[in-house]
Ligand binder design. Structure first.
Ligand code: SF4
Ligand code: SF4
Length: 442
């Protein structure tokens, strides 16, 4: 099937597993390999492997389209070795140019730098993108959306709901549905003091307002007690991170020794960022390698024996460097390093789950394939990297599922970086705001 980048943009397809980079832009490059990120390394998330299992043909078709668009001769699906039954379903459907790369059950195998190394043996340079080593990396749900682009826009989202809910599962909801609907679809919470982590427990953030909408990039909702280790760590403020770090860091450097980006040979050393706390993170003490931190939180939640927060020290350091427009030209890079060190320093997900207090939770998320029904949705005009969309509807308009309600603005006569947004239910436009459009079933 021939699908064009324009169709992909008009279908509103963005990276469904991360920051929402517009997929048509990614697929406008040239690469020898398309790598599918099915690693899903965040504990308790399962939607990607569930999609491969339940949408196998669509997934393979989307991979074929992506390979054709970028001119890739091969497609590699990075899937954890432990998901044998999913690999058994997928393998017979793959074309000869497609293979499965069995991944160790480690964190963060879904970081695209780690994934590209694990699947291709290539090391992306610091600050680079997979294209720099001839690869395009796509998420499972993204390629499923690519396959559907000629007929279906992105109006549904798959979300893993886990933790303290009655039935941990993966739900299928309209884009723009309230987050609370996902939790209800998983049977509701089972504790009196729930906190909600949006995304994954390692890299996600606490969300207190469940009336907010599911977006094209929402991947998971994890319900945990307010006093859970993960929740309390995410609520630390900068003053506490800096005060405790300054007082207690003994420069053991475990955070650096296990840092996945450091293991790839990138010049990031979180223990040095911690040392800079003693100098109040002044401009002179900023450690430039922090710009290469992927914010995986491994150092803060797992590696540090003192339970300190090097990740947020790196993040703060990075923020200051960006604000000062400080760039590190030609950073040192040791691409031979992972071959020597990576194998013995991988962090097993099972140990991580123990360490951060998730061992008691059901680590399964079967897909409930019935679309959750809602009576109203809020469609954000910006669900992607790039410019917000411009609304194309007004209050009182009747809209149908899949109809564009916001399009990319024009810059210099061409659509700006972004992806169009669509009505995810049929109904009446009730509100058109600066940030979103509300649609209510008629
Ligand atoms: S692991 Fe902890 S104590 Fe050791 S250097 Fe890193 S932040 Fe400091
Ligand atoms: S969060 Fe920590 S472990 Fe992860 S990349 Fe940054 S410094 Fe390394």
């Amino acid at each position: 099937m021939t699908i064009t980048p324009d169709q992909i943009a008009q279908a509103g397809i963005v990276g469904a597993g991360g920051a929402g980079f517009p997929t048509h832009v990614k697929l406008s490059g040239k690469a020898d390999t398309v790598v599918i990120n099915a690693a899903e390394c965040e504990p308790l998330l399962h939607k990607d492997k569930e999609l491969i299992r339940c949408r196998t043909e669509q997934f393979v078709e989307g991979l074929a389209v992506a390979m054709q668009l970028v001119g890739a001769k091969r497609g590699i699906v990075g899937l954890k070795r432990k998901y044998r039954e999913v690999a058994d379903v997928l393998r017979p459907k793959l074309a000869r140019s497609m293979t499965i790369a069995p991944l160790d059950d480690i964190y963060p195998s879904g970081d695209e730098f780690v994934l590209v190394y694990e699947t291709l043996g290539r090391v992306i340079p610091p600050g680079g993108i997979p294209l720099a080593v001839g690869a395009v990396v796509l998420n499972v749900e993204t390629v499923c959306n690519v396959a559907a682009a000629p007929t279906t826009s992105v109006v549904e989202k798959f979300v893993s709901v886990a933790g303290d809910v009655k039935h941990p599962c993966t739900v299928r909801v309209p884009v723009g549905a309230p987050l609370s609907v996902c939790v209800q679809a998983a049977g509701g919470v089972t504790i009196a003091d729930p906190a909600y982590v949006l995304g994954g427990v390692m890299m996600g953030d606490i969300e207190t307002d469940l009336t907010k909408p599911v977006t094209k990039t929402t991947g998971g909702i994890i319900v945990l007690p307010q006093d859970h280790f993960v929740v309390s760590r995410k609520l630390w403020d900068w003053q506490r991170t800096a005060r405790v770090g300054r007082a207690a860091c003994d420069q053991c450097s475990f955070c650096t020794e296990l840092c996945p980006r450091n293991l790839l040979g990138h010049p990031i050393e979180p223990h040095r960022a911690m040392r800079s706390l003693g100098f109040n993170l002044s401009a002179q003490s900023d450690t430039p390698g922090t710009v290469f931190c992927c914010e995986c939180n491994l150092c803060s939640y797992y590696s540090c024996p003192e339970d300190l927060d090097p990740k947020n020290v790196c993040t703060e350091n990075k923020r200051r460097l960006f604000a000062a427009k400080t760039r590190w030209e030609n950073p040192p890079f040791r691409p031979e390093r992972p071959d020597r060190l990576m194998k013995d320093r991988k962090t097993p997900t099972s140990r991580l789950i123990q360490r951060i207090g998730l061992a008691g939770y059901l680590n399964k998320g079967p897909l409930d394939d019935k679309l959750v029904s809602v009576t109203s949705v809020e469609i954000p005009l910006k669900q992607h990297i790039g410019a917000p969309c411009v609304a194309t509807v007004k209050v009182g308009d009747q809209v149908q599922v899949g109809q564009p309600v916001g399009v990319r603005p024009l810059t210099g006569g061409k659509p700006a970086l972004g992806a169009d947004v669509h009505a995810s239910i049929s109904g009446t436009v009730k509100q058109v705001g600066n940030d979103s459009i509300r649609i209510v079933c008629s």
